[in-house]
Write a protein that binds this ligand. Sequence first.
Ligand code: 2BA
Length: 107
Amino acid sequence: MKLVFAIINSDDSGSVSRSLTKNGFSSTRLATTGGFLMAKNVTLMVGVDEEKVSDVIEIIKEHCHSRKQLISTSTGVGREFPTGMPVEVNVGGATIFVVDVDQFQRV
Ligand code: 2BA
């Protein structure tokens, strides 16, 4: 079994969750915050058999869009950038980690 962690934009999270459910996948949503932008995002946890991981990733890809976001460097975000200059970063579609699961039990 594998555990898929997908960090996604909050605006995409509803359609991803609905599509996962519709396709028979169980998922858990965590309210998270990106370390760089300090903006809220959503992390989905999906426990799934190995042969279904690609199906889960396809659903995530289908519903997650990349966005350009302007950040103000005067807020202290991104210290490597010259201060006072707005900087554009490309966020998403999704950041996905797939990890091995040693045990899965419902008790
Ligand atoms: P944030 O950490 O808030 O990062 C938002 C976006 O800012 C990133 O988009 C990237 O384009 C840019 N960025 C992040 N760190 C940067 C840096 N040190 N210098 C310049 N630009 C930087 P994404 O790569 O699409 O990441 C979206 C969110 O996914 C991240 O939000 C974070 O919550 C998560 N994430 C991305 N990579 C990760 C990783 N290796 N480990 C854990 N979480 C990660």
